[in-house]
Ligand binder design. Sequence first.
Ligand code: PMP
Length: 409
Amino acid sequence: MLDIKAIRKDFPILSRQVYGKPLVYLDNAATSQKPTSVIKALTEYYEEYNSNIHRGVHALSMEATDRYEEARQKCAGFIGSPIAENLIMVRNTTEAINLVAQSWAQHNIGPGDEILTTHMEHHSNLVPWQKVAKDRGAELKFIPLTSEQTLDLSDLDRLLTSRTKLVALNHMSNVLGTINPVKELGQAAHRVGARILIDGAQSVPHLKVDVKDLDCDFLAFSGHKMLAPTGIGVLYVKQEVLEDMEPFLRGGEMVKQVWDDHATWNDLPMRFEAGTPNIADAIAMGAAIDYLEALGMENVRQHEISITEYALNAFQELEEVTVFGPRDMSQRGGIVSFYGGDVHPHDIGTMLDREGIAIRTGHHCAMPLMNKLAVPATARASFYIYNTEEEVDLLVSALKATLRYFSKA
Ligand code: PMP
């Protein structure tokens, strides 16, 4: 069990007010808040050992290098990777997926091949594959959705064939909260000789993700959704695949030797980290992982199951509101997307904001999914370790008042 009261004290921003009301932060799927230990790791780096890494012989540089590599080790441990060299530090999930598209897919996918994805992807895990498919003469295929917005796998044998080279899907939908059966899909992909890429942007911050257990080829995630700063993310690549990948960006740090007309590549993972990396934010991501591990990811998940169930029950009082995603908590995370009858989600978001309640409204970078749901946008509340049932109550009563207001308008 998480001690939410104690946790809230670790997040300075949670004590601020918005329009004179206590902040109720329910936009965690967009980005999470940061605990003092993460903020401190940033200031410590700049105040005490700021320097460039991997190239200096002086004390500060060696200290910074050690801390940066220690952060990589922590990320590896967090996702169950046996070795840290399989992790490439990037800016975010989007960059991680683009790296795979450029460095692996453009060389391993050819005319007539197929990429299998789903109708519930974030644009970050769709638009790069549209480009690969176009450039390489390959075809994009989609796993459709059931009426409860889970993946409809009834036709998988037809969709996943010897022509499929890559299955690319999210572990948890940022709109629906649906948790997808990525392990089973990985096994199915491997049976036909395809690779699997898991977009872990929403899963890694909220549940125990183990790359060994999932046996995935690629896993992408962002630090900023898991208590770390913006500008740092991770791409995990299975060893045998990583050795087969072309460099992404070219320049300093990623080379071993350079002549006038050619160069040889550095060891892994530096080969994929051209230029000065985001040292401070990587180190602060290590502090974020320390924080989450001290809580225990099982406890994080349990808290989210409990608060989401509470919210789903409370939403049942709102007859005119449609809530998307599966009802079974084993298949969903702490995201509740909804559509409030005739009231546009932006109007709902604006009214709730006046009460100090931060939710997200819009297409959530998932326009094809909005088309499938037949809505222009949704309103979305998303929970994390510091959210309370009292905050859900505030959300529901503000929502009731908003719907009442618009029904009279
Ligand atoms: N995939 C999913 C499922 C996401 O929720 C997000 C962020 N909303 C992304 C990818 C992209 O993450 P980032 O903006 O950090 O690159």
